[in-house]
Write a protein that binds this ligand. Structure first.
Ligand SMILES: Cc1cc2nc3c(=O)[nH]c(=O)nc-3n(C[C@H](O)[C@H](O)[C@H](O)COP(=O)(O)O)c2cc1C
Length: 263
């Protein structure tokens, strides 16, 4: 039994890559690659072990996407995908990402082209207004870098939804802001990773630390007063392919992950 999976654009299969055999979950399977279509062809020895084979392959693709996600700052005003696809990705994340008690308090606004540029003009103006001259001189070129990209997703939490949840659950109201942040971050991460799979580069910003910025955003796009701005996910086609703008270092996993009762 054989299925083909088209790979994300950033995974380039080697020419003539040899077949690989993996053995996981007690199922043996082979992966061969078709470099002309960038497709992984997965063959399982029987129909009965195909589902665990596909599950393992899907998990590995998911983990590869997680590993490849990066902060990319050299972005252009182009997008390899239609705005409708960007909308679809954001809508899918907003619909399916979990939230505490299924409160669904995350909100997103997608700005592209001139609207995106306007956002970063607000960022520049807010910095100029609030930062000492030296701070502004340091940050202004960064803001111009964000402005040079294609779009930004603004991420919000709707305080009204969270207040209702607090009223219903007074005993845990002190942890609700933390949970709202967790869920909002999950949304950001999913969209960040998905946009990269589609060939866009992204970086995550937090210019909402300035009230001037928050107010300009609220007025320009008619944001409801209960929506609190959490972050700005900037995206665009990478200037020079998708790669980390800064090298990432890793702390030893043994110090960070423990398992008890297993190996
Ligand atoms: C919660 C959170 C906040 C972040 N805030 C910013 C930020 O304000 N500006 C920025 O340029 N990057 C920001 N980043 C990106 C991190 O610096 C970056 O993810 C980290 O250094 C690892 O690099 P990588 O994204 O290339 O893997 C943030 C990331 C996270 C998860």
């Amino acid at each position: 039994m054989v299925i083909g999976i088209e790979l994300p654009k950033y995974i380039n299969l080697e020419d003539g890559a040899p077949s690989r055999t993996q053995d996981k979950h007690n199922s043996t399977f082979t992966i061969t690659t078709d470099t002309t279509t960038n497709t992984a062809i997965i063959g399982a020895t029987s129909a009965s072990n195909m589902s665990s084979t596909v599950a393992t392959a899907s998990t590995n693709f998911l983990l590869a996407a997680v590993e490849n996600r990066c902060s990319c700052y050299d972005l252009t005003k182009n997008s390899p995908i239609a705005d409708s696809r960007i909308r679809e990705i954001v809508e899918s994340a907003v619909k399916h990402t979990p939230s505490a008690f299924n409160v669904q308090s995350t909100r997103a606004i997608v700005l592209v082209k001139q609207e995106h540029e306007k956002l970063w003009d607000f960022g520049d103006a807010a910095l100029k207004e609030t930062m000492p001259e030296q701070g502004y001189a340091y940050l202004a070129p960064k803001v111009q870098g964000f402005r040079a990209a294609y779009g930004t997703v603004l991420w919000f939490e709707d305080q009204a939804a969270l207040d209702t949840l607090k009223e219903k659950n007074p005993a845990i109201q002190h942890v609700i802001p933390q949970w709202s942040g967790h869920s909002n971050g999950m949304h950001q991460f999913i969209v960040w990773t998905a946009l990269e799979l589609e060939g866009l580069g992204c970086n995550l910003q937090h210019y909402n630390f300035m009230s001037e910025f928050r107010e300009k955003v609220r007025n320009e796009w008619n944001i409801p007063p209960t929506w609190a701005l959490h972050s700005q996910l900037v995206f665009g086609t990478p200037v020079d392919g998708l790669k980390r703008s800064r090298e990432r270092t890793y702390l030893p996993l043994d110090d960070r992950v423990k398992i008890f009762g297993g190996k």
